[in-house]
Ligand binder design. Structure first.
Ligand code: CA
Ligand code: CA
Length: 399
């Protein structure tokens, strides 16, 4: 069958339609009718393309590709007249933020008319974005220690004023409505009550334009309150020590909440899919009756931790070293943190330097004081930047 295809082009945000019209029906019998009737019967639909800018729909009407020239072009929306054009050209319709607008565009010649098709223009709703601050601790992780973070709504200017309603997810009424003037771009609101107890809260922003709701934008914030702490200390976990401080000995610390690794070793990544480790040198110093204390310092390998290497204070039995003020260093040691960022491990390594003649093996019949580990206020800090609760844990001092 002989068909004529009229392609209706559209703007970036509008539909593209293909309409098939049966041409043979219009030509049938026309040869014997008067010229004017023939002309009207062969009237063809116009071409139409649409473009949408900020709620304004422009329909560009072009003359039919064949047949008589129409005397006018009529654009309607649901039978309501939008434009009457006496020549091909643009018809601009302030459609506002309605999601879709069905237009009919017709060629007219006397009482005859022929519609191009129904052209559906989709008006783009405003693109609303949400942001929040301060993002404490590790940036970009969606977690903060701030119980009153600022929620910033950024909405583009439109052809007229509109509003953005902000909801706590599941709430029926907005906790804030942000007016967006036609010439403005940004508005800010602060949320306080829902976060006070901590936890995850989802914010939903809904633009409202001429009574029509635009698409939602969602934002999740995890407010982490309170302080974490050291939950476990182990010396040579799972291993029976030889009662001497030496290469291979392990001190393991477990924390109740993920740490910001950078607050232990500044060259560690804030987050990592795998465990991270750095060379460090570990020094034990005899403090007399108070026991020996462990301290960490950067080692001379590539990309070491930058001083200071922050970890609390480990104290162990004074008899691991003989004599006050004795000091022994293990320069080839390793400091590591697991991928979950809750376990920090110190592994002694390398050939000991310093007062190595003071290293003592504690006799089998000699009791060993437990090791203790104290968290200090200078760090480490947890993933939201909160200092750990100052706590001292003890464990068997089984070097
Ligand atoms: Ca954060
Ligand atoms: Ca040992």
């Amino acid at each position: 069958m002989n068909r004529r295809h009229v392609i209706v082009g559209a703007g970036a945000a509008a539909a593209v339609l293909a309409v098939a019209l049966p041409a043979s029906a219009y030509w049938s019998g026309s040869a014997l009718t008067p010229a004017a009737t023939v002309s009207a019967a062969t009237l063809q639909p116009p071409g139409v393309s649409t473009s949408v800018v900020d709620g304004d729909v422009t329909l560009s009407v072009t003359a039919p590709a064949s047949g008589p020239a129409p005397t006018s072009y009529v654009v309607t929306v649901k039978e309501t007249l939008v434009c009457t054009l006496t020549a091909p050209g643009p018809c601009v319709h302030a459609a506002g933020r309605a999601a879709t607008v069905p237009y009919s565009v017709a060629s007219r010649l006397g009482d005859h008319w022929k519609a191009a098709a129904t052209v559906t223009a989709v008006t783009p709703p405003p693109a609303v974005t949400l942001a929040w601050a301060p993002d404490t601790g590790i940036p970009g992780d969606g977690k903060t220690s701030a119980t009153a973070p600022d929620i910033t709504v950024t909405a583009p200017a439109a052809v007229s004023d509109y509003t953005v309603d902000l909801f706590a997810e599941g709430a029926a009424t907005p906790f804030a409505t942000v007016a967006v003037p036609a010439a403005g771009t940004t508005a800010t609101r602060t949320v306080t009550p829902a976060f006070s107890a901590g936890g995850t809260l989802d914010i939903v922003a809904v633009p409202m334009y001429s009574g029509v709701a635009g698409p939602q934008t969602a934002l999740a914030i995890d407010v982490v309150t309170g302080a974490s702490t050291l939950t476990a200390l182990a010396v040579n976990p799972g291993v029976t020590g030889d009662r001497t401080i030496g290469a291979g000995d392990v001190v393991r610390l477990t924390f109740g909440r993920p740490l910001d690794p950078r607050t232990v070793c500044t060259t560690w990544a804030a987050t990592s899919a795998a465990a991270q480790s750095k060379p460090v040198q570990v020094t034990f110093t005899d403090g007399g009756a108070a026991g020996i204390t462990m301290s960490l310092a950067p080692a001379g390998a590539s990309q070491p931790c930058v001083a200071p290497v922050v970890l609390g204070v480990l104290t162990a039995d004074t008899n691991y070293l003989i004599g006050n003020k004795a000091s022994v260093t293990f320069p080839g040691s390793t400091l590591s943190i697991d991928a979950a960022r809750t376990v920090v491990t110190v592994t002694l390594g390398g050939t000991a330097t310093g007062d190595t003649d003071k290293i003592n093996t504690i006799g089998r019949r000699q009791p060993i004081d437990p090791a203790s580990f104290a968290v200090t206020g200078s760090g480490p800090f947890d993933e939201v930047g909160t200092a750990l609760t100052a706590t001292t844990l003890t464990a068997p001092s089984t070097f």
